[in-house]
Design a protein around this ligand. Structure first.
Ligand code: RNT
Ligand code: ZN
Length: 413
């Protein structure tokens, strides 16, 4: 407490109210990706990841069943403060013993246990159709395939997912963000880029022809620049996805691993906020490529958070984490990543933005640089710990995770 009191005074000298910052952070919702717990395998397709994404590492203890995944997520969520949602993929459907999983025939009932899980914990649910890791992905193509059978299979899948998203929103009483990302693309220079994109547009039109309540289901579209084995062309690139979102009145989703390495997603946020009611983000940590390392409290994450806070857009930017590390304890990966994003948001909330903006407008870039540097050594840690204390979450998350690893996870062979 004394430590926090001292920090509060120090921030006051910068003109910053730490209590207000903590309060604002406590109101922010972060959608936590279920797929960190099992290396993006899901339960319906026999366990090989495709779609140009990859997990690396073989740390013991990955969840193998819905029950294990839920238990692991439960521990992770209990160690994360603030408001959370769970983010599910269609491949995490729970099929009956006598059923053959078929993504074109998914129904709300295949997600009942997840709804119970969310309701018991008063969590919202976000959703993703799964257009990868499946035999109906042919030549790396789904919604843009020239093969009618392939395309219609995945259109059906998309349609089922809109209905399941409606069901999630209804059951939880909270809006469901449904994110569409397809891996479609070409390893080498394609002969035709136009028609695959035209087919993708048409498939999306068909999926979105399913009537749904736009206040309950927020459909988002995620772009990408390349994938493994899809280096030359991605059908759903940034220009396609932004244009389609405008045209169809849906929400663009930016994953900060999905751009050329010198591009800054932080820089894109204000441009989009001027023209969209809402935008969505996948926060990740690309290392040399779209490697999906665990999010850290680093410059990139801070800059993204600063842009959201400075635009007063914490309620307009829908935040989700998206990474998958199989080389460390997966529960710890969850907690480290989500806490890092929250730290970045808190850091951004602890800046005297009006003053800084005035410095910029008056051309006082010297003062601005010095202030920025001074803020970096302000007692941020004490305010972060106070946030955790108010959320009734221990600062130390490694001890309970290690204990669970010893008792539960090592026995999964
Ligand atoms: C892939 C996209 C996508 C996936 C998840 C599993 O590059 O980032 O969001 O990570 O849907
Ligand atoms: Zn993503």
């Amino acid at each position: 407490m004394r430590k926090y009191e001292k920090a509060r005074q120090e921030y006051l000298e910068f003109g910053i109210d730490t209590d207000a910052a903590i309060k604002a952070l406590r109101a922010v919702t972060i959608s936590v990706q279920c797929w960190q717990g099992d290396d993006v395998l899901g339960f319906d397709a026999g366990g090989a990841l495709s779609g140009g994404i990859q997990t690396t590492g073989n740390y013991p203890g990955k969840a193998r069943t819905p029950k294990e995944l839920m238990a692991d997520m439960d521990l992770a969520l209990s160690l994360i403060g603030g408001k959370k949602k769970i983010n599910l993929h269609a491949s995490y459907a729970i099929w009956g013993k006598d059923e053959t999983p078929d993504r074109s025939k998914l129904e709300p009932r295949h997600f009942e246990p997840w709804v119970d899980f969310a309701k018991e914990r008063k969590l919202g649910i976000d959703f993703n159709p799964t257009f990868f890791s499946h035999p109906m992905v042919k030549d790396n193509l789904t919604l843009s395939s020239p093969d009618d059978a392939v395309r219609s299979y995945w259109i059906e899948h998309g349609k089922c997912c809109v209905q399941i998203s409606q069901y999630f929103a209804k059951q939880t009483g909270m809006p469901c963000l449904m994110n569409i990302w397809i891996p479609d693309g070409y390893k080498d220079y394609p002969a035709d880029r136009l028609h695959p994109r035209a087919r993708f547009r048409d498939s999306l039109d068909q999926i979105l022809s399913v009537p749904y309540d736009k206040n309950k289901v927020y459909v988002t579209l995620e772009s990408k620049v390349f994938g493994i084995g899809l280096e030359a062309n991605t059908v759903g690139n940034a220009e396609f996805c932004l244009s389609y979102s405008d045209y169809a009145g849906i929400t663009p989703l930016l994953d900060n691993g999905h751009y050329h390495p010198t591009e800054s997603v932080a820089d894109k946020i204000s441009s989009l906020l001027l023209f969209h009611d809402k935008i969505a983000l996948h926060v990740t940590r690309p290392m040399r490529w779209d490697s999906d390392h665990v999010v850290l409290f680093d410059d990139t994450t801070r800059e993204i958070a600063q842009e959201i806070v400075r635009a007063h857009a914490l309620d307009r930017v829908l935040l989700a984490t998206d990474y998958f590390d199989a080389s460390i304890n997966r529960i710890s990966a969850w907690v480290t990543g989500v806490r890092s994003l929250q730290k970045a948001l808190l850091y951004a909330l602890l800046e005297p933005h009006d003053r800084m903006r005035t410095m910029q407008d008056y051309g006082n870039f010297t003062d601005l640089m010095v202030l920025n540097e001074n803020l970096k050594t302000a007692p941020f840690g004490a305010v972060w710990e106070e946030f955790l204390r108010r959320e009734k979450v221990e600062a130390d998350y490694l001890t309970p995770i290690k204990e669970y690893e010893r008792k539960v996870m090592v026995n999964r062979k």
